[in-house]
Design a protein around this ligand. Structure first.
Ligand SMILES: NC(=O)c1ccc[n+]([C@@H]2O[C@H](COP(=O)([O-])OP(=O)(O)OC[C@H]3O[C@@H](n4cnc5c(N)ncnc54)[C@H](O)[C@@H]3O)[C@@H](O)[C@H]2O)c1
Length: 256
């Protein structure tokens, strides 16, 4: 029997087949979960809908996480179709490209608010809607972070501040929701070539340093993140909440 047999998982953040969320979806499906996807915008529809169909997704819903109405509509559809929810994956981030290069001092008020809204606050907004659907089901919420939320990396700038807020939100949500049996965790992934990573200046340089300095002397893969996501979202991790779990070839333990 698969680790997620009978579980219903709603996944936000598939843009294409390189997305971390897509690797997570494939791992969840392999282990028996039923899947629903939420994607943002018409331009992504032509990529995400065929991918979702290829994996037997039961729902493919449009949602810009900046909109409370669109979020509410997704969870209404999920409630109607499934009656409840076991797993929520939040694999979403956005900041203006101009603010992901150069000096952090160039962060604008609008850019700061946008990065925080999409990349951090949205986890709280989704958790608010998901929790009532998880009642009595030992639900799990998982988000994706990066080490740039704990230490300074060139060009990561405002996204680092948003990831710091996201990681702290994981802890506060874990405390808020623990009484209902819902667990909330994050994976802090090493650099991976995706659409989002392409927006960060000097990405290749960062990946090169990881390959040279990380204990495993290599970069990680989307599939390695997905397998850790499987653990965190399955009964194997039933005692784990409020955790930021590194999947980064061990890079974060290195001092110099
Ligand atoms: N790629 C990396 O190196 C890396 C490393 C660590 C953490 N992460 C994190 O993993 C997560 C997924 O990123 P990815 O690398 O798979 O890239 P990706 O571009 O495939 O995924 C990012 C997703 O965010 C979605 N998104 C952006 N704005 C949105 C909005 N307003 N409403 C709804 N969805 C929105 C995009 O549509 C896209 O599907 C992000 O949180 C990212 O910060 C990525």
């Amino acid at each position: 029997m698969g680790l997620l047999e009978g579980k219903k998982a709603l996944i936000f953040g598939v843009a294409n087949d390189k997305s971390i969320a897509w690797a997570i979806a494939e791992a969840f499906r392999r282990e028996g979960a039923s899947l629903a996807f939420a994607y943002n915008g018409d331009t992504l529809a032509k990529r995400v809908i065929p991918l979702a169909e290829s994996i037997g997704a039961e729902m493919v819903l449009q949602c810009d996480v900046r909109s409370d109405e669109e979020i509410a509509s997704v969870f209404r559809d999920v409630k109607e179709r499934w009656g409840g929810l076991d797993i929520l994956v939040h694999s979403i981030a956005f900041a203006n490209k101009d603010e992901l290069k150069g000096s952090f001092l160039n962060t604008t008020r609008e850019g700061f608010a946008l990065a925080m809204d999409v990349s951090a606050y949205s986890l709280i907004a989704l958790a608010k809607e998901a929790t009532p659907l998880m009642e009595g089901r030992e639900g799990v919420i998982l988000t994706l972070s990066y080490y740039g939320g704990q230490k300074v990396f060139p060009n990561y700038n405002v996204m680092g501040v948003a990831k710091a807020a996201l990681e702290m939100s994981v802890r506060y949500l874990a405390e808020s929701l623990g009484g209902t049996g819902v667990r909330v965790n994050a994976i802090s992934a090493g650099p991976l070539k995706t659409l989002a990573a392409a927006g960060v200046g000097g990405f290749n340089q960062i990946a090169g340093v990881v390959a040279e300095k990380a204990p495993l002397r290599r970069n990680i893969t989307q599939e390695e993140v997905a397998d850790s996501a499987l653990y965190l979202c399955s009964n194997l991790a039933r005692g784990v909440t409020g955790e930021v779990h590194f999947v980064d070839s061990g890079y974060n333990i290195i001092g110099l």
